[in-house]
Design a binder for this molecule. Structure first.
Ligand SMILES: [Zn+2]
Length: 102
């Protein structure tokens, strides 16, 4: 009956394995959380939406036309304009309007 004992041992050690999936799940979860947090902090960093930029774009363009330091005054808007072609186009339109008026 040594065989049975050996089998029991194997079975016994197998029984301890269910701890693995749990640990694996925890690792996955915290890894996902980390990724999500990284994503959140990346997007929260200095991102404005196009709507938010549009809301202040005329002001921004006017200040820029007056030679103000818009990059220092509205760094978030400047940052968005660097990234977003749509808003940049809009800014250029506003800029030309302001220059034509002035
Ligand atoms: Zn935009």
């Amino acid at each position: 009956m040594k065989f049975k004992q050996a089998f029991h041992r194997l079975f016994g050690s197998n029984k301890q394995k269910p701890a693995y999936p749990q640990n694996g799940m925890q690792a996955d979860k915290s890894e996902m959380m980390q990724k999500m947090l990284t994503m959140l902090s990346n997007t929260q960093d200095v991102e404005l939406t196009c709507d938010e930029v549009f809301a202040v774009l005329d002001q921004f363009a006017e200040l820029a036309a007056q030679g103000e330091d818009v990059t220092g005054l509205m760094p978030l808007v400047q940052h968005h304009l660097d990234m977003c072609a749509d808003c940049w186009d809009e800014y250029k339109v506003l800029e030309s309007i302001i220059q034509n008026v002035a």
